[in-house]
Design a protein around this ligand. Structure first.
Ligand code: ADP
Ligand code: MG
Length: 241
């Protein structure tokens, strides 16, 4: 299975952490991820950017850099013709931050509409007593400052996953508060369930965070195409035992 391949990569590396290289694992479990690829060459970055509609996001991929934006390791809205320089710049920034950093490459990723979407966080922490604890919250200040989160022990049924999306204080923002468009809550519920399945299948994963999982408007958004709807896991990191 594809999921096993992703996880065996961590072991080969002699490390226990994975970043956006784990996107394939989400993909294998049907959790939507933006189009994109990881490259280790600036020319390849241009080629991948050209295959993606519009501007792209570029991110440094390194097990030594867990919080990519903290070191300027995420560039949003990169035009095709800037992808080459952006690649070189990201690698330079990583080297400046930590000269001996293990750099796998750069991820070139489709842009997700954060303006109309809502950033959420779906995560899992394996508790020695309770087992895999699934976490849900809304991104940004809601989780980081207000600690507005909710937990359930995996595996979760659909009804429990739905409860999670209702009981955080910031929940009304998902359903169209303050004149905003309601976002795809069903997509979030499904993602929580799929993550539940994933961590149930792989006891070796002790921690996993999708941050952010962007929930997109169900209608009235920018476009009317299928692509403008649903959810998108734009960032992931996990730790294995
Ligand atoms: P990190 O959490 O390691 O800093 P992320 O991949 O989460 O890195 O990127 C940081 C932020 O950049 C995200 O929280 C999001 O606001 C923005 N971002 C990342 N990827 C995309 C994308 N594909 N489309 C739009 N915005 C993005
Ligand atoms: Mg992130």
């Amino acid at each position: 299975e594809r999921a096993f391949e992703v996880l065996s990569r961590v072991e080969e590396r002699g490390d226990n952490r994975l970043g956006v290289e784990a996107m394939g694992l989400l993909d294998a479990y049907g959790i939507p991820t933006p189009q994109g690829d990881i490259v280790d060459d600036a020319s390849d970055a241009v080629a991948v950017a050209q295959d993606i509609d519009g501007d792209v996001v570029m991110k440094i991929v390194s097990p030594d850099i867990l919080h990519k934006s903290d070191i300027g390791g995420v560039k949003v809205g990169v035009a095709n013709e800037d992808a080459y320089d952006a690649y070189e710049d990201l690698v330079t920034r990583a080297r400046n931050y930590q000269p001996d950093a293990d750099i796998i490459g750069v991820q070139v990723q489709e842009m997700v509409d954060l303006e109309d979407g809502v950033e959420t966080i779906v995560g899992m922490n394996r508790d020695p007593q309770f087992g895999p604890l699934l976490m849900f919250g809304l991104g940004g200040i809601f989780v980081e400052v207000m600690e507005d989160t909710t937990f359930r022990v995996a595996p979760v049924a659909e009804s429990e996953a739905r409860e999670m999306t209702r009981e955080v204080k910031s929940a009304p923002l998902l359903r169209g508060a303050r004149g905003r468009d309601p976002v795809d809550v069903d997509g979030v519920v499904e993602t929580i369930q799929r993550l539940s399945q994933l961590v149930d299948d792989f006891p070796a994963i002790v921690e996993l965070d999708i941050n952010p999982l962007v929930a997109l408007p169900t209608d009235g958004g920018d476009g009317e195409t299928e692509d403008d709807r649903g959810v998108a896991a734009v960032d992931v990191r996990l730790t294995v035992d």
